[in-house]
Design a protein around this ligand. Structure first.
Ligand SMILES: Cc1cc2nc3c(=O)[nH]c(=O)nc-3n(C[C@H](O)[C@H](O)[C@H](O)COP(=O)(O)OP(=O)(O)OC[C@H]3O[C@@H](n4cnc5c(N)ncnc54)[C@H](O)[C@@H]3O)c2cc1C
Length: 429
């Protein structure tokens, strides 16, 4: 078994990184080379701004190259809860922004010629317990009536043509959702940004900054550059580089491990016995699972598994064993199928699980996607570019307050307690 991301292992690496020392003067410096940072860099470069992106490791090293591969439309929260928390108008606008973010990816894939197996697969949200059906159905009724007429309710019998498992009691089909190969999209996005004129530096962690009369001096171990504006696109990884000037975000984001296994490629009869509908799937438990087929027909099966703040080989392997058990409970016929990959990554959670984007602490930022960001990060990247270009009116998150989480300094000691609480809720629901 390989302890590395399937997306990393099966995509061509980005080969156009800048070489030599980091120096020069640009309109905008972007910190972080995931979807947020790359999307911002691409839009800035296409708009004629000079832009330098500084990535601590390699493009896609963070969550963008490690996720489940789902581009799910709409908001992950119950829609009634979202309306209660955000107000009806903003909840509606945010739901539509998620939908738009997938259209935006479809456009980018077409316009920039990115070969990443993008497909409008649709998503199934699956009721894991009989007691979850009523809540899921009520959420479906509200969504269909108010914001997404393309959703459908599938009862247990109708699910049979989509997913071959006795574990589910009904579900919602979201037709606009999509899937793609995340590694190939990362490389394609980086290539497009480079082609349009962005400089992308890998192995260039930002370790400090200094205010200047013209903006900021941004420091890396490979040198420093001058920038009029700085974009922070570091999400869950904001605390991973010592000395990075990202304390404001570390106090507001909780970084939680999420883990994935990928089986060997399934035969066509095995696919027909497992996921004949070929959708992205998400279960309704708080500590639930998400799964889909890969372009080469592996089952990519993920979940929080444990409430861990680290993703390394030991932590990933422990979680991988839990995921294997969950996979066998849902698909007993896959109990002995070999698992070829096991990996993990960090999810950037906010307290209310809604992302944030705006300006603070001298930077323009977008992060806190709370596990539902592969699509939204691309849209927010463009929003951050708009802000840097003096057009702040495209931000669907404008004005959402974002207080620091008390006692959070980037090491969430309270996480095991949160895990126990959600585990208990799942057992009792
Ligand atoms: C296991 C897992 C499964 C997920 N599954 C899904 C899914 O199926 N669907 C979905 O919608 N979302 C999913 N997500 C969430 C989604 O992947 C993220 O929301 C999204 O990729 C965030 O992109 P980003 O560019 O903001 O951050 P990232 O991709 O994390 O990029 C941040 C980058 O910043 C860099 N960095 C940090 N500090 C510095 C510094 N000081 N200097 C320079 N660079 C720095 C890091 O190296 C990193 O590359 C998942 C996440 C994980 C971890």
């Amino acid at each position: 078994m390989k302890y590395l991301s399937y997306w990393h292992d099966t995509a061509a690496p980005f080969e156009n990184a800048a070489t030599g020392p980091v120096d020069g003067r640009v309109d905008v410096a972007v910190i972080g080379g995931g979807f947020t940072g790359l999307s911002a860099a691409l839009k800035l470069a296409k708009s004629g701004a000079s832009v330098a992106l500084l990535e601590a490791a390699h493009v896609g090293a963070g969550a963008s190259g490690r996720n489940g591969g789902h581009l799910n439309n709409g908001i992950a929260h119950g829609y009634a809860d979202a309306k209660g928390h955000l107000g009806a108008a903003r909840a509606h606008a945010l739901y539509q922004a998620y939908d738009r973010s997938i259209d935006m990816i479809a456009d980018l894939v077409r316009d920039e010629g990115i070969a990443c197996d993008f497909s409008r697969a649709g998503k199934l949200k699956l009721a894991s317990k009989p007691g979850h059906v009523a809540g899921l159905r009520a959420n479906f009724d509200l969504i269909r009536r108010e914001v997404d007429p393309d959703t459908q309710w599938l009862d247990r019998a109708a699910l049979a043509s989509e997913i071959r498992s006795d574990a589910f009691h009904g579900g919602v089909l979201f037709e606009k959702s999509a899937m793609m190969h995340m590694g190939r999209f990362v490389t394609g996005l980086a290539d497009a940004a480079h082609r349009h004129g962005a400089q992308i530096w890998e192995n260039a962690p930002v370790i400090g900054r200094k205010k200047t009369s013209a903006g900021w001096e941004v420091h890396t171990p490979r040198g420093s550059l001058q920038a009029a504006r700085v974009i922070a696109a570091t999400d869950a990884y904001s605390g991973t580089v010592k000395g990075a000037p990202l304390g404001y975000f570390r106090r507001r984001i909780v970084s939680v491990g999420s883990f994935i296994i990928a089986t060997r490629p399934l035969s066509e009869p095995e696919v027909a016995q497992t996921l004949p509908g070929d959708r992205t799937c998400v279960t309704s438990l708080n500590i639930g699972n998400y799964f889909r087929l890969s372009p080469d027909r592996r089952l990519i099966f993920g979940g929080r598994a444990r409430f861990s703040t680290v993703s390394d080989q030991v932590s990933d392997a422990k979680s991988g064993r839990i995921l294997r058990k969950s996979m066998a409970e849902i698909f007993p016929h896959l109990r002995d199928v070999p698992v070829d990959y096991c990996w993990g990554g960090l999810v950037g959670m906010t307290k209310d699980r809604f992302p944030r984007a705006g300006q603070a602490d001298g930077m323009i930022y977008g992060m806190g996607y709370s596990g539902h960001g592969a699509q939204m990060s691309v849209l927010i990247g463009q929003v951050l570019a708009d802000i840097a270009l003096g057009r702040p009116d495209t931000n669907p998150l404008e004005g959402l307050d974002w207080p620091a989480i008390p006692a959070n300094r980037g090491r969430p000691w309270f996480l095991p307690l949160v895990g126990m609480w959600f585990g208990l809720k799942d057992r009792l629901s």
